[in-house]
Design a protein. Structure first.
Length: 306
């Protein structure tokens, strides 16, 4: 059995070591392809592999076609919008993710970003505190829950909107569930986004939602750049001088924002929410174990293309 770890953005070396150990014990061969420059590099490496571990790496129809022996792809992480599920299903390739494994890392980044914006990008001028401020958590999955936990430690007043999570679970966490997404934005000085990118959510964070936020609004995006309606984001910045936006990866309109509204936004140079040794170990090791369980026991827990 041959498994390829293909990561444009590499795991911490300690995570790769632990993944390798799991495959060694199972008697599998491990190959590592990191920081590859093109899809062609990836396509030439997948030809003879049975399993694949990736991060945000693009696994499209072409890659799947090139991987004649492939049986399973595990996205070491939460969002699988980078994988063509239909094409995988058509080729009978099982696709899995590793839900929850990197969520604390992403939640810590979201909180760090809130502090950074509240303190005026650490420019030395007086800022504000998070204590006593309202925080709306848009989607209460693994990351949203971690954000709520840490935010309560900061003394924030936490609200959540998630039609797929029971209100009782949210209340038991000490967070207030709201009935509509509009209500969430109206209540929240900070909104932290934790929705996936799919056909329903792409460009769904629009002016109608953003402009409902109260004065001193900060929108925090550690989810996906694609969920933001960028024309509306520009309009929001232009119409609301108090509005700030912080995101783990820059929007396409970053240059316009730099020219028009400097000091009111911050973007990471590379998606780094899950870029911690701990998150890499958790997600990488989970991915490796899921692959071994799949081959040895036919276990398809965490399959997302059923
Ligand atoms: C995820 O969906 O798990 C996160 O966005 C992390 O993505 P990454 O592995 O590309 O850093």
């Amino acid at each position: 059995m041959k498994i390829l770890i293909a990561t444009v953005k590499p795991f911490a070396p300690v995570a790769v070591e632990q993944i390798r150990e799991i495959f060694d014990r199972a008697g599998y061969e491990t190959e590592v392809l990191e920081k590859y420059a093109s899809q062609d590099d990836l396509m030439s490496k997948v030809k003879d592999v049975d399993g694949l571990i990736v991060r945000s790496d693009k696994i499209d129809q072409q890659v799947l076609e090139a991987a004649g022996q492939l049986k399973i792809v595990v996205r070491a992480g939460a969002g699988y919008d980078n994988i063509d599920l239909e094409a995988a299903t058509a080729k009978e390739v099982v696709v899995m993710n590793t839900p929850g494994q990197n969520s604390n890392a992403v939640a810590e980044l979201a909180m760090g970003m809130m502090v950074y914006m509240a303190r005026n990008l650490f420019n030395g001028k007086p800022g504000t505190e998070l204590k006593g401020k309202t925080l709306g958590i848009h989607a209460y999955g693994h990351v949203g829950r971690e954000v709520a936990r840490i935010a309560r430690g900061f003394g924030m007043d936490t609200f959540a909107y998630d039609p797929f999570v029971s209100k009782t679970d949210i209340i038991n966490d000490g967070t207030k569930p709201v009935d509509s997404v509009e209500e969430l934005y109206e209540n929240s000085r900070y909104v932290s986004l934790h929705i996936p990118a799919n056909e329903k959510t792409v460009r769904s964070i629009n002016f109608d939602l953003m402009h409902r936020m109260p004065r001193g609004a900060t929108l925090v995006n550690t989810a996906r750049k694609e969920i933001i309606h960028e024309e509306d984001l520009l309009r929001m910045f232009r119409e609301r001088e108090d509005f700030r936006y912080v995101s783990d990866i820059a929007p396409s309109c970053a240059e316009t924002l730099a020219a028009e509204v400097p000091g009111r936004f911050f973007f990471t140079p590379k998606k780094m929410g899950a870029q911690t040794a701990e998150a890499n170990i958790n997600a990488g090791v989970a991915a490796a174990r899921q692959i071994v369980k799949f081959f040895e026991k036919g276990d398809t827990t965490f399959q997302v293309n059923k």
